[in-house]
Design a protein around this ligand. Structure first.
Ligand SMILES: N[C@@H](CCC(=O)N[C@@H](CS)C(=O)NCC(=O)O)C(=O)O
Length: 199
């Protein structure tokens, strides 16, 4: 088994789907969490000046989806399953970016406008779309967990924090996705034991 070292900030953020996949696969890794003050010195040493970075026996890989795919490679997927998982993952990223823009906006009036647009249009449209993409068994690809499922789980965890509400109410397939993720034996342990952080 290679030595895995995952480096990210002290947050769930883009590293958390990877941590969930490590937990689901039962793979041991070093979970390195750096402080913001240490980032400027580390940044130029990373492949793309961004985190997360996964080191595998010293070789650095960045881009969270590439890392997630690598960790999940033993979950037994067909090329079509992989494409479906990527499709949903990328759509979740686009959705997450729209949400992020609401929160980084400095102008208060513009921020309110962006949030309203997000809550009234972007969020319901995304939920309808993801509900159709998820199977009745609660998976976005194939019949078992992929990076798309764990990304949905972690991203909607942030939606609930940032915009409290019962957003998944009535979305039968999506509730199954979150249930499948949280009840995975390795993930269930991780969710209980993981370090506390706001995001
Ligand atoms: N597409 C990249 C985005 C990575 C990214 O934006 N990382 C942020 C933290 S979430 C970062 O490293 N920010 C610090 C910086 O850019 O200096 C991925 O999915 O890994």
């Amino acid at each position: 088994m290679p030595a895995y070292k995952l480096t990210y900030f002290n947050a769930r953020g883009r590293a958390e789907p990877i941590r969930l996949l490590f937990a689901a696969a039962g793979i041991k890794y070093e979970d390195v969490r750096i402080e913001g003050a240490d980032w400027p010195a580390l940044k130029p040493k990373t492949p793309m000046g961004q985190l997360p970075v996964l080191e595998i026996d010293g070789t650095m890989i960045c881009q969270s989806k590439a890392i997630a795919r690598l960790i999940a490679k033993d979950l037994g997927k067909t090329p079509l399953d992989l494409a479906q998982a990527d499709m949903t993952y990328d759509s979740l990223e686009e959705f997450g970016e729209k949400m992020r823009l609401c929160f980084v906006e400095k102008d208060e009036n513009k921020k309110e406008e962006l949030k309203r647009e997000f809550e009234e249009k972007t969020l319901p449209a995304a939920l309808d779309r993801f509900e159709k993409l998820a199977s009745a068994e609660g998976y976005f690809a194939g019949n078992s967990l992929t990076w798309a499922d764990v990304n949905f789980f972690t991203l909607f965890g942030f939606v609930d924090i940032l915009m409290p509400g019962d957003h998944l109410k009535g979305y039968v397939n999506l509730n199954k996705v979150t249930g499948n993720v949280s009840s995975n034996p390795g993930i269930a342990i991780w969710l209980k034991e993981r370090p506390e952080s706001q995001f």
